[in-house]
Design a protein around this ligand. Structure first.
Ligand code: SF4
Ligand code: SF4
Length: 482
């Protein structure tokens, strides 16, 4: 096994004692990182989970539930399908509850387990660590070899490896982009467009090329900067975490005073032949493996994505020098101060209660959602028209969302005020396909006397479906003031 000890001179970060970003050199240039994978127990667990998540990502737009993809974000038709339930723009309340539940879940997860999502579930981490970096290692070699080659002059060896790597990256980026786009356009449309000429589907071709280029840029070049510069989640970390949150942390009580020394020296310390030092032997294995280039021993930092690589690296070192594992471990700030870690605390209780309440409301609203969603609105333009016979006409529009899997038909009639009539544009009943939206415009004509007391008069409409279902709607009609 290769030694995990690295000379300090190999680490650019050590050459720069000033406080600078881990991914920048002192003159502001990008400091290219060469994190050494440490294939410990957490790495193996993360890899299994990562590949399971990739399989899920590919499967969700293909697997069908109730005749629709498991997840389908149909922006063109403005339909959003999740596991057999389809939401429409008219489902404002449901979408609002869904949004609140998602945000509350993130807040609760972070308060309890820190940035566990970043290290274990985020596609950025999963694809970079378990697809793109392994390809790079396979083609260009281990970290020190890559670093030496990258910093050296161009040669045939360097050129063919780079060309091959970027070619393979491009293939994987195109694959990732196709799966991503299938969430928006649907798998069938995607297959159809893929097998057709780009000239027939220019929009799709441009969308796919752009998405592939972004994936290639991100995984091939931008990498950890997405987490440390772009992603807003890291910025919220400081307000979402507290002293009881689980974080990946170095234990300074155990590790300090750190000192670079061999196993033999440690054995002499343990035998009482030399003064004892902390368990950290200052080997920098934890820094060298970090994908964001930070030193976990400096404390909790915004750049830490909780990937656990430093835990694996340090555990390997501890095994080698005969010390117990866990100098770097999952812990809380309170635990590091020998105080109990509390799971139930005001913020976690509040988030849990809110999440439970919103989940119950969402479930009730979803399961009691009617088969049809009906609304009436005013057509923009003149608020009302005075007809030659003196009657007052308001122009309205009815929208009927058929939320069932069966076709239906509906008719609209006016039931108040007295003497009102409805002049519908087109023939009734109006047909609506399964899970489709039906629209119809109409003039509501009422006698002028309806407005003798006020310039506004409430109308009532009845929408009758072919299965006998009825909905009653009210709507304010406008007329001349006295
Ligand atoms: S914390 Fe562990 S891995 Fe990091 S320098 Fe100290 S002994 Fe090495
Ligand atoms: S400090 Fe450790 S857990 Fe945090 S990003 Fe670096 S290697 Fe991952």
């Amino acid at each position: 096994m290769a030694s995990n000890f690295v000379p300090a001179s190999d680490l650019d970060i050590l050459e720069s004692p000033e406080e600078i970003l881990s991914t920048l050199t002192r003159d502001g240039k990008r400091r290219w990182l060469y994190p050494t994978p440490e294939k410990g127990r957490f790495w193996h667990q993360r890899r299994i989970l990562g590949w399971a998540l990739i399989a899920l990502f590919v499967a969700l737009p293909i697997v069908r539930i109730n005749g629709k993809p498991a997840v389908f974000l149909d922006v063109v038709q403005r339909e959003f399908t999740f596991f057999g339930f389809t939401f429409y723009p008219t489902d404002t309340f449901l979408l609002l509850l869904f949004g609140i539940a998602a945000l509350t879940s993130i807040a609760l997860l972070t308060a309890l387990l820190g940035r566990v999502w970043c290290g274990w579930g985020c596609p950025q981490t999963v694809y970079l660590e378990f697809v793109f970096r392994p390809i790079e290692r396979l083609i260009e070699g281990k970290e020190h070899v890559r670093k030496r080659r990258n910093e050296g002059p161009w040669s045939f060896d360097k050129a063919w490896r780079k060309a091959l790597k970027w070619g393979v990256y491009a293939v994987f980026s195109i694959a990732v982009a196709h799966v991503f786009v299938s969430y928006i356009v649907g798998w069938e449309s995607l297959l159809d467009w893929m097998t057709g000429s780009p000239f027939e589907h220019w929009g799709f071709f441009v969308l796919m090329a752009g998405t592939s280029a972004l994936a290639l840029f991100d995984f091939g070049f931008f990498r950890e900067q997405m987490c440390t510069i772009v992603c807003p989640y890291a910025r919220f970390q400081s307000v979402l975490l507290d002293e009881d949150s689980m974080i990946v942390s170095y234990d300074p009580n155990r590790g300090e005073p750190r000192s670079k020394r061999s196993k033999k020296t440690i054995e002499q310390e343990e035998a009482g032949l030399m003064p004892s030092k902390g368990d950290c032997i200052d080997c920098f294995a934890c820094v060298r493996t970090c994908p964001t280039g930070i030193d976990i021993r400096d404390g909790l930092q915004m750049e830490c994505i909780a990937c656990t690589q430093c835990i694996d690296a340090c555990d390997t070192i501890m095994d080698r020098i005969g010390k117990p594992r866990g100098l770097i471990r999952y812990t809380s700030e309170h635990a590091l101060e020998d105080q109990p870690t509390r799971i139930a605390r005001p913020r976690t209780v509040l988030y849990s209660v809110l999440l439970l309440a919103v989940t119950v409301m969402f479930t009730v609203a979803l399961t009691t959602r009617g088969a049809y969603d009906v609304e009436v609105g005013r057509v923009t333009g003149m608020p009302f028209t005075e007809l030659p016979d003196g009657q007052i006409a308001n122009r309205v529009r009815f929208r009927v969302q058929n939320q069932t899997t069966q076709p239906t038909a509906f008719s609209v009639e006016v039931i108040a005020p007295e003497g009102a009539s409805l002049r519908v544009g087109g023939r009734q009943p109006i047909q609506v396909a399964p899970r489709d939206l039906g629209r119809v415009e109409a003039f509501v004509v009422v006698p002028r006397t309806a407005f003798s007391n006020a310039a506004q008069q409430e109308a009532q409409f009845r929408v009758v479906f072919e299965d006998g279902h009825e909905e009653t709607l009210t709507f304010p009609l406008l007329g001349p003031s006295r």
